[in-house]
Design a protein around this ligand. Structure first.
Ligand code: M6R
Length: 612
């Protein structure tokens, strides 16, 4: 996830671009850059680190004459967050500059082809390959726009790309495919950006671009074309009433809500480049990062908090689908218990931030003991990402809200992919086609289900907001979700909540059940449903109030005689967890919001726990 902005108008472009990038910094911030045209030449200035580093480089430079340009703030996906990988990137002849958000999946194939034709590349990015491809296409295309479109028609994956070329001063082109991009229409000026805050001080008139569309802006003029044949597309201008704060949150009341609702896109981003469809329509999983290391004889997962819960969720899949014996540890315990790590085994640390002190210490201990470490991490260039032997990035984008939501979703996707990947590497190979197909189809289905889930969460929060304690019960993979549901409720609303493996209730905790102590039961449609149903009966028999999260089956809703049923769409038993997770998150969110708590920054918590 990166921030992109393009401008064409009458103002000095460079300071405007940098100011716009500041407002997009929440989308990524490991490096940044701008490009602009001056005196018949494209100029690019870029810097690693925060935007201040770029500003320092731009100081005292007479860049103020340019009235069009493009700017980018990066959240690394290909290549380290260093200056050479920062955007914009240039074509081989330096006449075309582009910025990009997303992943060009077939970049290696294109790079090899261009290298054979004599192209040399200065960065490790897929974006530079695309810039070169546009330049190459320009040699035969009748116009810059046609070259842009031809190159993009060859690119697979998700992208929002903005381009400028020295041959058309003052003109900016932009195109999108499964990545955010919109246009701002001001007076005598136009903008393209990945998000509205980038240009909000100048205009609230917005044109929302769709996948497969190309926009051209030039001062007051703007046009939109179809990428397929460059035929004109009729678009309307919408007025956006948001203020700056609302715009940064995408119009949502809190970052947490925005991040919960972003999960379908996060899943798409996690799958991009990792799941491909063969000519026979068969899907397969690619985790190149793991190709060069042997299949571990045993995997020790180590993490904290929500990341631990994700690990617990993945453990069963790694064993059953991947065939890898898998243990799980809380990082703060692992580091002090002198674990036995045998040759051939691997440790996998899971961390959104990549900076959690206990997890980092566990990683170092594993390395000291000679064990190979796999990092499952969201933040590129973080300590864990740098110190792990192999890193799998979760592609959730920056998570602003202190409570982790979309990061857990992305960790679950990666764990499922790992299980499928190791299944493919088994002898004989195990292909869980049903699971992979269901994962592939998930973003669309989840996206359709989320609005109704938010509404249902709101109704239940109203009903249960006066409760002072909650049980969360689940079995199998839903045990991990029960722990996560309880953690979210505690963190956000400061209501006492305990997550339990439902079968453990009768061994003690059931003593707490009374009409004031409600239970949130995860009774999804899987092999353990009859068992959970019995556990719910045990709670009901003690006058406990129950909210049961269930799924439709053959058009019917299970009859559990509980106070509240929350019905989720039918889904593959593993995939149903990706519906249950946002349900739990939304319930905690609605409770906290209703109770007037500080949703994005709950008391006593830090986003990144860098102390013991
Ligand atoms: O950045 P990490 O994933 O390593 O963070 C681990 C925990 O600190 C984190 O998940 C914490 O539990 C969150 N507050 C959960 O919402």
């Amino acid at each position: 996830m990166c921030g992109i902005i393009g401008y064409s108008g009458h103002r000095p472009a460079v300071p405007l671009l940098v100011e716009g990038l500041h407002r997009l910094e929440y989308r990524g911030y490991d490096s940044s850059g701008v490009a602009f045209e001056q005196a018949g030449r494209l100029h690019v200035v870029k810097a690693a680190g925060k935007l201040a580093a770029l500003e320092a480089k731009l100081e005292n430079n007479a860049y103020l004459l340019a009235t069009s340009g493009i700017g980018h703030t990066r959240w690394a996906t290909h290549g380290l967050p260093v200056e050479k990988n920062a955007h914009p990137h240039l074509s081989q002849d330096g006449d075309i500059a582009i910025i990009h958000n997303g992943i060009i999946e077939n970049f290696q194939e294109i790079k090899d082809e261009l290298s054979a034709r004599g192209h040399t590349f200065l960065s490790d990015t897929d974006t530079e390959v695309l810039a070169h491809l546009i330049g190459e296409e320009r040699k035969s295309a009748p116009s810059l726009c046609e070259a842009f479109a031809r190159a993009l028609r060859r690119a697979h994956g998700a992208y929002a790309v903005v381009m400028m070329g020295v041959e058309e001063p003052g003109v900016i082109y932009a195109a999108r495919m499964a990545a955010p991009l919109l246009m701002g229409v001001g007076v005598g000026e136009c903008f393209v950006a990945s998000d509205i805050p980038a240009f909000l001080p100048y205009t609230r008139e917005v044109v929302f671009l769709e996948d497969g569309e190309v926009a051209r802006i030039e001062g007051a003029k703007w046009q939109v074309f179809s990428l397929a044949d460059l035929s004109p597309v009729k678009k309307s201008v919408s007025h956006v009433p948001w203020d700056m704060q609302a715009a940064a949150k995408g119009g949502y009341k809190h970052f947490m809500l925005k991040e919960i609702m972003e999960q379908p896109r996060v899943i798409t981003d996690c799958l991009t480049g990792r799941v491909s469809e063969g000519s026979d329509g068969e899907l397969s999983v690619h985790l190149q990062e793991l190709d060069d290391i042997p299949v571990p004889a045993r995997l020790h997962i180590v993490a904290c908090g929500t990341s631990y819960n994700a690990g617990l969720w993945g453990q069963q899949l790694l064993e059953n689908v991947g065939g890898i014996p898998t243990d799980l540890d809380i990082a703060s315990e692992f580091r002090y218990r002198d674990p036995i790590l045998l040759p051939g085994e691997a440790v996998m640390v899971i961390s959104q931030s990549g900076e959690t002190a206990d997890t980092l210490a566990a990683l170092r201990l594993a390395k000291e003991k000679g064990c190979r470490v796999i990092g499952l991490c969201n933040v590129v260039g973080s300590s864990i990402a740098r110190e792990a032997d192999v890193v799998l990035y979760t592609q959730a984008g920056p998570e602003i809200s202190v409570a982790s939501t979309k990061a857990m979703c992305s960790q679950m996707v990666l764990l499922a992919l790992m299980a499928l990947y190791y299944g493919q590497r088994r002898t004989p190979a195990v292909f869980d086609r049903e699971l992979l197909a269901a994962l592939h189809a998930l973003p669309e289905k989840l996206s359709a289900a989320l609005p109704a889930m938010q509404e249902r969460a709101g109704q239940l929060a109203l009903r249960f907001a006066s409760s002072r304690s909650f049980f969360y019960l689940g079995r199998g993979q839903c045990h991990a979700l029960a722990l996560e549901g309880a953690l979210k409720l505690k963190e956000l609303s400061y209501i006492h909540a305990e997550g339990y493996a439902a079968g453990e209730m009768k061994h003690g905790p059931i003593a707490l059940i009374d009409p004031q102590f409600p239970t949130f039961a995860l009774a999804l449609d899987n092999a353990l449903f009859p068992k959970v149903k019995s556990n719910i009966q045990e709670v009901l028999a003690r006058q406990g109030r129950v909210i049961a999260l269930v799924q439709e089956k053959n058009g019917k809703v299970p009859d559990l005689s509980v106070e509240e049923l929350w019905v989720l769409p039918a889904a593959h038993p593993v995939i149903s967890c990706f519906f249950a997770l946002p349900a739990l998150q939304l319930f905690s969110y609605q409770m906290a919001d209703y109770l007037g708590k500080d949703v994005d920054q709950p008391r006593n918590l830090a986003k990144s726990v860098t102390v013991e």
